[in-house]
Design a protein. Structure first.
Length: 322
């Protein structure tokens, strides 16, 4: 098992003063929230999450229901939602795994992301509401995600499927392709990840300088969540920490686009993953946005976010329906 921290990785410096005026303002507002303070140690997560009432996802916005069809089903007993735009639909199908450091349910900003994706690409989007830690672990999540992909393949060609996610869900988007291969399923066409969490151990020595400028995340609480998610297994397992995958696994990653800001603790491991995957022969592109905070595309009106979604639309294309 590799550490995931090769010598010679390109350095992308953290930055708090770069980016558009709107990006800087949004970062200042985010810094007023208690999230970073709550994650700066383990006391808060240890008091809040074990033994909690299991959370519900944010409701689908009523405006979203006016412009999309909504299909809900149980796959392996887990609620799974597929949305399709009423106008401009294409053959593309996105499987979107939401972030939340594996302990938080899908939130309102995730619906903002999904709405922008369907508008820009015409894709159907399947949202697997995978079971969270500490109640569950990656060991239960991946068989369910394999079942979701099998269900998607009943109506979509593999080349038209994109695995997509943000933060923890971005890590899942990348790792799912390995689980699908092990299950004997064809590889999806591509992967897109927003600020993916790619090494839950947070042992990269460059992380503290990003932590110093990140307005949203801090390390200690996230590492605790990652340990819950790994369920007592080595947290460097590639399904938990894709940046630690061996070369033979990295070589099989589908065409991948990663969108990452420099004001984000996840930046450094995104660089590590990109460098190692490219060295192994994979097609992985890392688009870096100076001053971008964690999962900034959740705010689609930011100038940087508009560029991200334009690039995604070009990456997916708009394959016409038969």
């Amino acid at each position: 098992m590799t550490s995931g921290h090769p010598a010679g990785s390109e350095t992308v410096e953290p930055s708090a003063d770069d980016g558009s005026r709107a990006m800087r303002l949004a970062a200042r507002l985010i810094a007023l929230l208690p999230t970073k303070r709550n994650l700066s140690g383990t006391d808060w997560v240890n008091s809040k999450y074990p033994g909690r009432t299991y959370p519900a996802m944010a409701p689908i916005p009523w405006t979203f229901r006016q412009t999309h069809t909504i299909q809900e089903k149980r796959i392996d007993g887990v609620r799974t939602i597929t949305v399709r735009p009423l106008l401009g639909a294409s053959r593309s199908h996105i499987v979107y795994t939401h972030g939340g450091i594996y302990i938080n349910e899908l939130g309102r900003p995730h619906w903002w992301i999904i709405a922008e994706l369907t508008k820009r690409t015409g894709a159907a989007v399947t949202v697997p509401l995978y079971r969270l830690a500490p109640e569950s672990t990656y060991r239960e999540a991946f068989p369910y995600l394999v079942s979701v992909y099998r269900d998607v393949l009943r109506t979509a060609d593999p080349e038209d499927v994109t695995l997509m996610g943000d933060s923890a869900g971005g890590g899942l988007a990348i790792a799912q392709s390995w689980a699908f291969r092990d299950a004997g399923l064809p590889a999806p066409g591509r992967v897109v990840a927003f600020s993916p969490w790619l090494d839950v151990t947070a042992t990269n020595p460059a992380i503290p300088k990003y932590d110093a400028v990140d307005p949203m995340l801090s390390v200690a609480g996230g590492v605790q969540a990652g340990l819950w998610w790994s369920g007592g297994d080595d947290p460097r397992n590639p399904l938990v920490s894709p940046a630690c995958a061996p070369e033979e696994m990295l070589a099989t990653v589908p065409r991948t686009r990663i969108y990452q800001g420099t004001r984000d603790v996840c930046m450094v491991d995104a660089v590590v993953f990109r460098d190692r995957a490219v060295a192994a022969g994979a097609d992985v592109t890392l688009a870096v946005y100076p001053g971008g905070f964690h999962v900034f595309p959740a705010f689609p009106r930011l100038p940087e976010s508009r560029r991200v979604y334009t690039d995604i639309a070009a990456f997916l294309g708009r394959p016409s329906l038969p």
